[in-house]
Design a protein around this ligand. Structure first.
Ligand code: UDP
Length: 235
């Protein structure tokens, strides 16, 4: 299988790691996601991964807690997920390293774009933990940021649906899936691709996004081979 993307940024939501349990880790699900990542890796694509934290915690739904503290807990949740993904990649035979936005040398390396690019070029998958390192932001925004910082060719946004629809496909059986979309349309119509901050960053910097379903982890290898397995959003 020939790859069309030399370097990609894969966004995996926290929920994806929980499987049907809805919270925490489902090791079988994580192993299956990592076998999909391994296939894309062995095809010859360099892979950076940003992982969310929703399987443990979300800052905005933390009730009475101060939002800044709640978001810090959310960012730490993404570090736990990054470590779990790195270890599952190791078990799948893929060398990987975690780099975090906040400094925590006993836990993982600290992110710099130079170190991340060097690790990718040396054949490692780099898992980015800790989001952007700032409260209020999301791991979607962290994905756009890291994708730009490592000069990724595309962001692969793995989700629970097989692309972007004109309305919620779970509620409306007549919902129509888009094959391609422009960022302007995503922003104007506030389509549920990713948060608007992330979409704006992608638009302003010419970074395409492929939104696809992670229920079939083989989709990752299909995506790096250039197959439109979901909805492709670009300028
Ligand atoms: N978070 C943050 N800054 C970031 C990324 C994440 O504060 O740059 C926090 C925020 O509280 C968020 C949580 O980490 O709710 C989990 O991240 P994710 O993007 O998965 O959140 P979700 O979109 O599921 O709320």
């Amino acid at each position: 299988m020939a790859v069309v993307y030399k370097r990609v940024l894969l966004k995996v939501s926290g929920e994806a790691l929980a499987g049907e349990k809805g919270a925490g880790f489902d090791e079988n699900v994580i192993a299956s996601i990592c076998s999909g990542i391994a296939k894309a890796y062995h095809a010859g694509t360099q892979i950076g991964i940003v992982v969310g934290g929703g399987n443990f915690w979300r800052g905005r739904s933390s009730g009475k807690m101060d939002r800044m503290d709640a978001d810090k807990i959310g960012m730490l949740a993404t570090v736990m997920n990054a470590l779990a993904l790195k270890d599952a990649l190791r078990q799948a035979g893929v060398p990987a390293v975690v780099m975090t936005s906040a400094v925590m040398p006993q836990v993982a390396e600290t992110f710099t774009s130079d170190k991340a690019i060097a690790a990718l070029e040396s054949g490692k998958v780099v898992v980015f933990g800790g989001g952007t390192g700032n409260p209020i932001f999301s791991t979607d925004t962290a994905s756009a940021l890291r994708a730009l910082e490592i000069s990724a060719d595309i962001m692969l946004k793995a989700t629970m649906v097989d692309g972007v629809y004109d309305k919620d496909p779970h509620r409306y059986p007549d919902a129509v899936r888009y094959d391609t979309l422009t960022f302007t349309r995503v922003l104007d119509e506030r389509l549920a691709v990713m948060d608007m901050t992330a979409a704006t960053l992608c638009r302003d910097n010419g970074l395409p996004i492929l939104v696809f379903d992670l229920a079939d982890p083989e989709n990752i290898a299909r995506a790096v081979a250039g197959e439109n397995v979901g909805t492709l959003v670009r300028e």
